[in-house]
Design a binder for this molecule. Structure first.
Ligand code: MD3
Ligand code: FE
Length: 203
């Protein structure tokens, strides 16, 4: 079932579990074309999360800042297409959380290794802030931190495991969030890493 952990923020425990092997095959195919890489921030810091994308546009960061781009900057080719399996899962999860008609055009693929973290931030580079965001966790467990509209708001910690799906919309869409440093471990299917798919309507 779906658990609400904030206004318009829903945790769907194990929602993607039966599709995890197929998702993994698709992720492997995408990251042969568009390998995981550590992007640079505007300030020149290397992000500890390694990233790739599929879909019409992909999220990128470099010395010019953050944005969505139609092509992979590593080779100038379009990002791999979003597999129907991905788009279907994202739409189903959004519907289960009460967001009807979600059609993502971008999927950011984040790869965490032990010690990798994602510091508290907001996602505000998307044109349509009314569309929800859906995220799928695979591999090692992580602690998701979820705050509020202001950076200093108190945070809740949500443990995310292999196969969990979270959907955010409405009020919580612009809330601050992050991921605590990944603990050491080896996942039976994915090895020593966590892979997170984040589905967005960016255009
Ligand atoms: C909550 N990724 O890529 S899940 C990100 O686990 C990101 O890799 C995390 O935050 C991860 O930007 C968290 C996805 C997520 C994405 C957007 C959100 C959670 C969100 C926007 C608002 C609230
Ligand atoms: Fe985010």
């Amino acid at each position: 079932g779906a658990t609400r952990f904030a206004d318009d923020a829903w945790l769907l425990r194990g929602f993607a579990l039966d599709r995890a092997p197929a998702l993994q095959v698709a992720i492997d195919a995408i990251t042969v074309q568009a390998p995981f890489r550590h992007m640079e921030t505007r300030r020149g810091l290397r992000m500890s999360v390694a990233m790739s994308n599929c879909g019409e546009v992909g999220w990128i960061s470099d010395r010019r800042g953050y944005r969505y781009a139609p092509c992979d900057p590593l080779d100038g080719r379009p990002w791999p297409a979003m597999p129907p399996l991905f788009a279907q899962l994202a739409a189903e999860a959004a519907r289960a959380a009460g967001f009807e008609g979600f059609a993502p055009d971008a999927c950011l693929i984040n790869c965490y290794q032990p010690d990798t973290r994602l510091s508290l931030h907001q996602d505000r580079d998307e044109r349509d802030l009314d569309a929800p965001i859906v995220s799928v966790s695979l591999g090692l467990p992580a602690t998701f931190v979820f705050g509020g509209p202001a950076r200093g708001d108190r945070v809740q910690r949500v443990p995310l495991r292999h196969g969990d799906v979270v959907a955010w919309g409405g009020a919580s869409r612009l809330f601050h969030h992050g991921v605590l440093p990944l603990a050491d471990g080896v996942h039976p299917a994915l090895g020593a890493r966590r892979v997170n798919l984040t589905f967005r309507k960016a255009l």
